[in-house]
Design a protein around this ligand. Structure first.
Ligand code: KIV
Ligand code: ZN
Length: 514
């Protein structure tokens, strides 16, 4: 049997995914996600935009040092300073790529860049050449290709390949394209650019019209051999093409696609949950592949059919995307070694013994309250105990009271900048009272934009996971907290968000700040 061509999977959860408002991740969280992506055999991990901030630079550096089997990529505008910064951040990577880009649509060139076509072409050539000084593996993107003029795209791509770009990425930056049109665009580019055979063509689709996956797959049918995507479809605005949907479409419809990926798809559900826990972005129940209902059959007729022959109503096996991996792994009697080993397997490592001890103490406390501990609980626990995340404000104690006929109240003690402070407050309910008590102490003047509760696993002793979204002076952050007690989980989430807000992280946005 003839072997199929490879479809390269380029994951940008840590870069474009992090551009979702509120989805910021700490360095250690990024390393954990990157290790899981590596375990899933993702080919390329875009770890960040090193020029954005010191934090972004250090995250790319840390991912580059931690990951050995996947190529680690850093994003850079077509500017010397960005490319040098990316090259520096990627120094220790076993295999590195620099992804450089410049906008090519008339509206972006005229209104954003204020540059002529000739100037954009010159800058693109210079950027690719400079990036090649750091690595042979350079990717070039004409940003907003989906709204660029065909002749100009051909011109800039041809010179970018001549300058040394090995991958040409075609972004539908604003999610404007329709599948047949986008596939046709990619096919015509490959056909018309004389040196197209010297590069892999890639696509990067946004989901503004809900078509990111369809557009990506259409491009694959027209010759694209790399897809840029994110776990759970996270990303700028409506998000990017979802990795799990692209990969499972190609795997399930091998009768249609002339290529295949080399991913271990059984890692999909665990990593989807991990990303959801870390970012605080819940996965909708009816989300394809990773939603709680994706393999659930409610109607009697469907249940009956599936019991007789699974294929009657299921086109994929739940275990092939990792639903079975949701297993009980630890309990009350598990020791420190078992705990450390499982965390190692999940890609969670500790820099100091103190961090491990803290997390283990949290685990023992949880195991006293909760019979079975799942991987999801461990991810939540580690995020919760603040691995590498030393906030200015910590929860010390909380007492919340609610009773029919009386006003709910809360008394909370926080450690703020090393000093214990206590406050009490009333509220509409125990959670509201708790938030008011926290505000009595910190006076953050933030606006609560979102409050949501999900259970991490099932059962009445399950941990509730709370997401709190706060906004202050245009900055939006998500905080999350998990506990078997919802009020405590809520307090943790609020405090987590506050700690993110006070971090004086000034981040440049790759596409807005030129
Ligand atoms: O959407 C986009 O155009 C991007 C580029 C940086 C590839 O994210
Ligand atoms: Zn993008």
């Amino acid at each position: 049997m003839a072997t199929k061509e490879k479809l390269v999977i380029f994951d940008t959860t840590l870069r474009d995914g992090e551009q979702s408002p509120g989805a910021s991740m700490t360095r250690d969280e990024k390393v954990r996600i990157a290790k899981s992506l590596e375990r899933m055999k993702v080919d390329i991990i875009e770890a960040g935009f090193p020029m954005a901030s010191i934090g972004d630079f250090e995250s790319v550096q840390a991912v580059a040092a931690a990951v050995k089997d996947s190529t680690v990529c850093g994003l850079a505008r077509a500017l010397d300073k960005d490319i040098d910064r990316a090259g520096e951040a990627l120094k220790s990577a076993a295999s590195s790529r620099i992804h450089t880009f410049i906008a090519t649509s008339p509206i972006h060139m005229q209104r954003k860049l204020r540059m002529t076509e000739d100037q954009v072409v010159e800058q693109a050539i210079a950027a690719v050449k400079r990036a090649r000084k750091y690595t042979d593996n350079v990717e070039f993107s004409p940003e907003d290709a989906g709204r660029s003029e065909f002749e100009f795209l051909c011109r800039i791509i041809e010179v970018a390949i001549r300058a040394g770009a090995k991958t040409i990425n075609i972004p539908d930056t604003v999610g404007y394209n329709i599948p047949h049109q986008f596939g046709d665009l990619v096919g015509r580019l490959i056909e018309n650019i004389p040196n197209a055979d010297q590069a892999i063509f890639s696509v990067h689709c946004h989901n503004d019209l809900g078509l990111a996956v369809a557009n990506s797959l259409s491009a694959v049918l027209h010759g694209a051999r790399q897809v840029e995507c994110t776990i759970n479809g996270l990303g700028e605005r409506a998000g990017n093409a979802s990795l799990e949907e692209v990969v499972m479409s190609v795997q399930t419809r091998q009768d249609v696609f002339p290529c295949e990926t080399s991913l271990d798809t059984t890692q999909i559900v665990p990593i989807s949950r991990m990303v959801s826990t870390i970012t605080g972005f819940p996965v909708q129940p009816n989300k394809a592949i990773v939603g709680a209902n994706a393999f659930a059959h409610e109607s009697g007729i469907h249940q009956d059919g599936v019991l007789k022959a699974r294929e009657t109503y299921e086109i994929m096996r739940a275990e092939d995307v990792g639903w079975a991996a949701n297993k009980i792994i630890l309990g009350k009697h598990s020791g420190r070694n078992a705990f450390r080993t499982r965390l190692d397997e999940l890609g969670i490592t500790f820099e100091t013994e103190d961090e491990l001890n803290n997390a283990f103490a949290g685990f023992k406390d949880l195991a006293d309250r909760k019979h079975e501990i799942f991987d999801e609980d461990l991810h939540a626990l580690v995020s919760d105990t603040g691995l590498g995340n030393n906030g200015y404000c910590k929860l010390v104690a909380l007492m919340a009271h609610s009773e029919t006929g009386s006003t709910p109240s809360a008394k909370i003690t926080l450690m703020v900048n090393g000093k214990e402070v206590t406050a009490t407050a009333n509220g509409g309910g125990p959670v509201d009272a708790t938030f008011c008590a926290i505000e009595e102490i910190v006076e953050s003047q933030t606006q609560l934009q979102l409050y949501s509760v999900n259970n991490i696993t099932t059962g009445t002793d399950a941990q509730g996971e709370v997401t709190v979204r706060l906004q202050k002076a245009g900055r939006i952050v998500n905080g999350h907290g998990a506990d078997t007690d919802i009020v405590i989980a809520s307090a943790k989430a609020y405090i987590h968000a506050l700690n993110k807000l006070v971090r004086p992280e000034e981040r440049a946005h790759p596409q807005h700040d030129v």
